[in-house]
Design a binder for this molecule. Structure first.
Ligand code: URA
Length: 194
């Protein structure tokens, strides 16, 4: 059993916080077990709760478009959330729920070892990059403390759901996404000593 499978099994039996009482399915994560890019959203919504997979509703369809806009598929990357069970009525996850779920996320990060962590939305960004404002930080790569390495590259982005309410954010997200392959190219050049 892979490390990720072990984590999935534990999440499936988790009852550490109140979110477990309202779930249909846990939503641990989906994608390539050794992905270079890890996307971290906030928490599952109704569709995700029903299917047990992250970002499969309206915001997820747009996330797929964004991933494809840089020549990748959902199978090439890994997608998860800061909480693995749906908050009721799609409310924001409470800080204590995020803290309770945190060790699952850090173990996923250690298993995947992503080169780049892309945070989607404020709640995800706030856990990794404290004190930033998303309106200023979106699309700007940051090197900060890592979970599996001393230094980690993070790219904070708006949540894809923001584009559903504000069409201007759609263009901002499409533009910000272009930073991801640029950062990966730079990292690979650094690795190869170019
Ligand atoms: N919004 C999120 O933050 N995560 C999902 O999985 C779906 C919608």
């Amino acid at each position: 059993m892979s490390d990720l499978d072990k984590i999935y099994k534990e999440i499936g039996a988790c009852n550490k916080c109140q979110l477990c009482t309202g779930r249909t399915n846990v939503v641990p994560g989906y994608g390539h077990e050794k992905a270079s890019i890890l996307f971290i959203g906030e928490g599952p919504g109704k569709d995700e709760d029903l299917q047990g997979k992250p970002f499969v509703g309206a915001a997820g369809k747009f996330l797929t478009t964004l991933i494809e806009s840089i020549g990748l598929t959902r199978e090439d990357v890994y997608i998860t959330n800061v909480v693995k069970c749906r908050p009721p009525e799609n409310r924001d996850p409470f800080p204590e729920e995020i803290s309770t779920c945190w060790s699952y996320l850090t173990r996923q990060i250690k298993a995947i070892k992503p080169l780049v962590i892309v945070t989607l939305g404020r709640h995800s960004m706030g856990r990794f990059l404290p004190d930033l404002k998303i309106s200023e930080a979106h699309g700007c790569p940051k090197v900060y403390k890592g979970i599996w390495s001393e230094k980690q590259v993070y790219i904070p982005l708006y949540h894809p759901a923001a584009a559903l309410y504000d069409p201007r954010k759609r263009d901002v997200l499409l533009e910000d996404f272009k930073v991801i392959p640029k950062v990966l190219k730079k990292l690979s050049q650094q690795k190869n000593g170019a």
